[in-house]
Write a protein that binds this ligand. Structure first.
Ligand SMILES: NC(=O)c1ccc[n+]([C@@H]2O[C@H](COP(=O)([O-])OP(=O)(O)OC[C@H]3O[C@@H](n4cnc5c(N)ncnc54)[C@H](OP(=O)(O)O)[C@@H]3O)[C@@H](O)[C@H]2O)c1
Length: 245
């Protein structure tokens, strides 16, 4: 039986991944901001599948609690095999780009706290010489654009950090997986007009589950974002800076 810790477990995407692990009979430790939502996610999963689920109210900005979360999960589950870091916030770029404390807060949520947790998890797995850490980054981290460079820079920082961590952890039998979704129809993007590029939380959640099972390194979800981002990254900067993206 696998033992899975999901941080940001109430995310629409993470809930879909959690259901697939529960279907396998994996024991789950779910952490997120609000206890009430965690309780409904837990009961929703338990109405479908029979498994063990623990919950913990957790704010990623509370850095002093990071080590404790991993210890609590390890104790409850009797060890951890897989960790998925899924929480995040998508700020409105124009309303925060001149507000330095707000920029810092977004960086702390989407980058610094993720780096802190990833480091603690990696050290935990390194000691055991096994384990899988999957982190949801974003295609937005592949190139800075005027419409979302604060979020994009935070995700880009996470992606590069994970790249180095993967290289270090390879020698300890620990898998580090970078998940790069494109546009996904979730509460995070509820305010955006939808188009054909939007994927469902269900399909992206399944993609994450499969990437973990297959021990992938970097996955774009859906797969076609790999090609879209190849094109976006290939545009010369002298041209890119003039585009309204
Ligand atoms: N949706 C997309 O198009 C898209 C694209 C690329 C990447 N992603 C990434 O995918 C991941 C999941 O996003 P989603 O679309 O599933 O969004 P979502 O449904 O809005 O879920 C985000 C979750 O993060 C939680 N959260 C926010 N701040 C937190 C904090 N300080 N500590 C702990 N939890 C916190 C939220 O709690 P509350 O709701 O209570 O605030 C919510 O449960 C995120 O990392 C996101 O950046 C999403």
């Amino acid at each position: 039986m696998e033992k899975v810790l999901i941080i940001g477990a109430c995310s629409a995407i993470a809930q879909e991944t959690a259901k697939l692990f529960a279907k396998d009979g994996a024991a789950l430790y779910l952490a997120d901001l609000k206890k009430g939502r965690l309780e409904s996610v837990k009961s929703d999963i338990l109405t479908r599948y029979e498994t063990k689920i623990f919950i913990e109210e957790f704010d990623a900005l509370n850095f002093d609690k990071h080590q404790e979360l991993i210890e609590n999960a390890s104790k409850a589950l009797n060890g951890i095999d897989i960790v998925l870091i899924a929480y995040g916030t998508l700020p409105d770029q124009t309303s925060i780009q001149k507000d330095y404390p707000a920029i810092l807060r977004e960086f702390n949520i989407n980058c610094v706290s993720v780096i802190s947790l990833s480091s603690i998890v990696a050290n935990y797995f390194e000691e055991k010489q096994k384990g899988t850490l999957a982190v949801i980054s974003s295609v937005a981290g592949d190139r800075g654009r005027q419409s979302n460079y604060i979020y994009g820079a935070a995700k880009g920082g996470v992606s590069v950090f994970l790249q180095g961590l993967r290289n270090r952890m390879f020698h300890s039998n620990v898998n580090i997986i970078t998940i790069k979704p494109g546009l996904v129809d979730t509460p995070m993007t509820a305010h955006l007009p939808k188009n054909f590029l939007f994927a469902s939380a269900e399909s992206v959640g399944r993609g994450i589950y499969e990437a973990i099972k297959l021990k992938k390194d970097v996955v774009y979800l859906p797969w076609f974002w790999k090609f879209i981002m190849c094109i976006v990254k290939a545009i010369p900067e002298s041209l890119f800076k003039k585009m309204k993206l």
